[in-house]
Design a protein around this ligand. Structure first.
Ligand code: HEM
Length: 539
């Protein structure tokens, strides 16, 4: 009999409980093992290697993702097992550059997997729309905004934010008390010692805020991670947004975006049926709040911008002007969702990459000197902010950026795609419809047959030495095909302007020269901190 009496608990003995527990365990095991044994899919019969828990359950990948080093873990598995690794019962990672052209290219029809459902807030945007027709409609509206010609219109906004950043870094160097909290130790050797990652985040958020919402968040000027957010009732993220706003508060947007990336990237690996339960686990509940807060940032910013007519030419204006094939513009909530997509996709991608490039140039002073010589030759002593026209064809600058994107790979993990009807043959193996495939950029960016044997070394020179065709088919920072980065032209312009402006004016060393760049991966692989010593090159 139970201690609480028969009325409250059924009269189960310990033995009965053990039997039920054992049966439940057997059922759970059978639920995974039987389909695995009976599976008719030929690729499963091939017994693709991988960690044994990953053969049986999606939870192994979920756990790896939550730990923040998914790409390094999968890379280790490829080194151990070879080209094909099973990272979940139905998900095969393929470390072969040739597989990119098959899985991600136009024409093969491999759609994004259920992983992307975990990234939806407000409503589906360009990034997380999985339906082909809906994606094509959205991409038509958005892609012309990012044509090479159109992004040139955004250059003034980028240079404006860069000018503010330079002023703040000059003030850091001159000992401005208002920025004291940013200094890690007293200035010495003519240098200020600080974490440049924070400032790259402020820069990227202010640029994309200005472009997507009509004004910067003001993070550079405040020297702080802070953005306005609209707080809604619990359901507001799913319904039409404008009327449901309750109040505006300020929140740390960079932190929220980090939390959201880690939450969604882990949630996306879990079985769909388990996701509503996972939201009740405290770590996931925090991430879920981050998703809502992030939506709130976009809602507040779009509300504010649309309330004030303007003749600015920016992303929001362009999104408002865009029309689908029937001539219909986007409605309010779709417009907000797309502006949010730009904020998410266009902020920390750029800041992480800029930060990683700065880290590697500080770690390899020889490369930094070479870059500075090229910049001095092109720009002279003049410390005016360079224009895109001045920096767009500097070969060493381009190699410095590409090498940073190769070795750091902010988009590192294999982006999951579903094999379409009829199956796909990839790298000599047939995969049936419904299988999930991905090619990890982190690993192919370290393929020694393409890049040379020193892939862990930052060496921009390799871009002039290795086979150009091999590099072109393997270098994958922006992904390929219909779902490749729509903002690539903008991102490239931003990186050229940021790295040229900063390294023409300043010189960097690492605070601890032996310190590896610590990273943490959610959807993106991000630096955690980047402590550097910075000084002006000319007084
Ligand atoms: C260094 C900077 C950047 C990198 C490395 C990068 C990388 C990528 C990658 C790898 C994808 C494919 C994601 C997937 O398939 O899951 C992607 C998609 C996308 N990117 Fe970027 N990106 C960068 C900057 C930007 C910028 C500045 C914007 C816009 C303001 C942007 C907008 C987008 C959008 C909207 C998508 C989804 C496209 C679609 O599914 O059709 N990105 N990006």
């Amino acid at each position: 009999m139970s201690l609480l009496g028969n009325q409250l608990l059924p009269p189960f003995s310990v033995n009965t409980l053990c039997i039920y527990g054992g049966l439940a365990f057997l059922l759970l095991a059978a639920w995974h093992v039987v389909p695995w044994l009976l599976d008719p899919y030929s690729y499963r019969k091939n017994r693709i290697p991988g960690p044994w828990p990953a053969q049986l359950s999606d939870f192994w990948l979920g756990r790896v993702a939550a730990k923040g080093h998914r790409s390094e873990t999968v890379h280790g598995l490829h080194q151990r097992y070879g080209k094909f690794v099973r990272i979940a019962p139905n998900h095969i990672s393929i470390a072969d550059p040739d597989a990119l052209q098959i899985i991600y290219a136009h024409g093969n029809g491999a759609l994004k997997s259920e992983f992307y459902d975990a990234f939806v807030s407000i409503r589906r945007g360009l990034f997380n729309t999985r339906d082909r027709a809906e994606h094509t409609r959205k991409r038509k509206i958005v892609s012309h905004i990012f044509s090479q010609k159109s992004v040139l219109e955004f250059e003034p906004y980028i240079r404006l934010a860069l000018g503010k950043l330079i002023n703040q870094w000059d003030s850091l160097l001159s000992g401005d008390e208002k920025l004291a909290s940013h200094r890690l130790k007293p200035n010495s050797d003519g240098r200020v010692w600080f974490d440049c990652l924070n400032w790259y985040n402020y820069l990227a958020f202010d640029i994309i805020g200005d472009l997507a919402f009509g004004e910067p968040f003001g993070m550079i000027e405040a020297g702080a991670d802070s953005a306005a957010v609209a707080v809604h009732d619990d359901n507001a993220a799913n319904i039409d947004v404008a009327e449901k706003r309750l109040e505006i508060i300020r929140v740390p947007a960079v932190k929220i975006l980090n939390d959201r990336g880690e939450y969604s990237a882990s949630m996306g690996t879990l079985p769909v049926w388990f996701r509503p339960y996972a939201k009740k686990i405290p770590w996931f509940a925090r991430g879920n709040r981050a998703v809502k807060n992030l939506a709130g940032i976009a809602i507040a910013a779009v509300d504010k911008r649309l309330a004030t007519p303007t003749d600015r030419v920016d992303l929001l204006t362009r999104l408002q002007q865009g029309k689908d094939d029937e001539g219909n513009p986007m409605g309010r909530s779709e417009l907000t969702a797309e502006a949010l997509t730009q904020l998410i996709a266009g902020s920390d991608t750029t800041s992480n990459s800029s930060c990683a490039i700065t880290y590697w140039l500080a770690r390899y002073p020889e490369a930094q000197r070479k870059l500075q010589k090229e910049l001095d030759d092109a720009l002279g002593e003049d410390e005016e902010l360079p224009t895109y026209e001045q920096v767009k064809r500097l070969p060493y600058l381009e190699a410095v950026i590409n090498e940073g994107l190769r070795i750091h790979s902010t988009s590192s993990m294999g982006l999951p795609r579903i094999v379409p009807e009829g199956g796909l043959e990839v790298s000599g193996m047939f995969f049936p419809a419904g299988a999930i495939l991905s090619v990890p950029s982190y690993t192919i960016h370290r393929d020694t047959s393409i890049w040379g044997t020193d892939t862990e070394v930052y060496r921009p020179e390799r871009w002039f030495e290795q086979d150009a065709e091999d590099i072109q088919k393997t270098f994958n920072p922006f992904s390929f095909g219909p779902r490749g980065c729509v903002g690539k032209n903008l991102a490239s312009m931003e990186l050229l302007l940021i790295i040229a402006t900063i390294f023409h004016r300043f010189d960097f060393v690492l605070m601890d020269p032996k310190h590896d760049l610590e990273t943490r991966e959610g959807f993106l692989r991000k630096p955690v901190t980047c402590f550097v010593g910075m000084k002006r090159r000319r007084t």
